[in-house]
Design a protein around this ligand. Sequence first.
Ligand SMILES: [Zn+2]
Ligand SMILES: [Zn+2]
Length: 72
Amino acid sequence: MLKLFSKKHNCTDCSEKFSNEDELARHAREVHKHNIRKCQKCGKLFLNEKDRLHHIKEERQKEIEYRRRKNH
Ligand SMILES: [Zn+2]
Ligand SMILES: [Zn+2]
């Protein structure tokens, strides 16, 4: 069986499957009491603040590089 990990929204705590990210986020929040965080820029959801901050840092870095390239 082929596994397309990136397309699936599985709960990492109990392996339950969800059809979309919002449902998974709601489940994680209600069942496992995760504090779900959302990137205000692209809407990506994160199970914890550390992951979100890491993502935001990466996005900012990409933006800086993009701007730098544009200016040259
Ligand atoms: Zn779960
Ligand atoms: Zn983002």
